[in-house]
Design a protein around this ligand. Structure first.
Ligand SMILES: *[C@@H]1O[C@H](CO)[C@@H](O)[C@H](O)[C@H]1NC(C)=O
Length: 199
């Protein structure tokens, strides 16, 4: 079931066969070289909303830096649609709040808030998705990682085959892991991970 969803996402993204294999299993041992920097990877994977949000936030140059050593959780286009839709209904819990209700609202948001919103999707260093990897402490389900948004924490959960990013707000599942982008890493994720409270 998950693999059909992932395959659909891959077709949409037009990714290479190596990335496709990695996406089905979420157990690739190494990052697949995919692009020269994160901005190029986002462009290549056709993650157009994320790209527009980065441009509007003024972080374009930062994401183009090939020496940036970070991990980006990059929401799919469906993830953004869900995010906008959730805005229209009362959230089940405060943490689920979706602040921006449309692409227009997102792109015309306060620039500093938008920067923080994007920075929360980025962890310091590389968090490769793999079983028995060297950065994951043995026997732990959750690992906390600081994000570029004031080192606010994102919790990662690896419960094979699922690798999840838990924001203090919204959570998501990695659908395509380990795309190498310069010295950084990109994981495609099926929701918009957020910090709570938003703005
Ligand atoms: C990830 O996907 C699994 C399987 O569909 C689901 O049970 C789980 O709740 C999802 N996790 C998140 C954080 O969305």
């Amino acid at each position: 079931m998950a693999s059909r969803k992932q395959l659909a996402a891959l077709v949409l993204l037009g990714l290479c066969a190596a990335a496709a294999a990695a996406g089905r299993e979420l157990q690739a041992k190494k990052a697949t070289p995919y692009a020269a920097n994160l901005y190029e990877a986002i462009t290549k994977a056709k993650l157009v909303t994320l790209k527009a949000a980065i441009d509007a936030s003024g972080l374009t140059m930062a994401f183009m830096n090939p020496n940036l050593d970070v991990t980006l959780f990059a929401p799919t286009e469906e993830a953004w649609q869900r995010f906008y839709r959730d805005c229209a209904k009362p959230p089940k819990k405060a943490a689920d709040v979706a602040k921006y209700c449309s692409l227009n609202k997102l792109l015309t948001a306060n620039k500093q808030e938008l920067q923080q919103f994007v920075q929360y999707m980025v962890l310091y260093g590389k968090a490769t998705v793999e079983a028995g990897n060297d950065w994951w402490p043995k026997g732990r389900t959750f690992v906390k990682k600081p994000t570029l948004f004031n080192k606010n924490i994102m919790r990662l959960r690896y419960l094979a085959p699922y690798f999840e990013a838990h924001g203090t707000g919204r959570d998501g599942n990695v659908t395509i892991p380990n795309l190498g982008a310069g010295r950084s890493l990109l994981h495609v994720i099926d929701n918009v991970p957020t910090y709570s409270p938003l703005g």
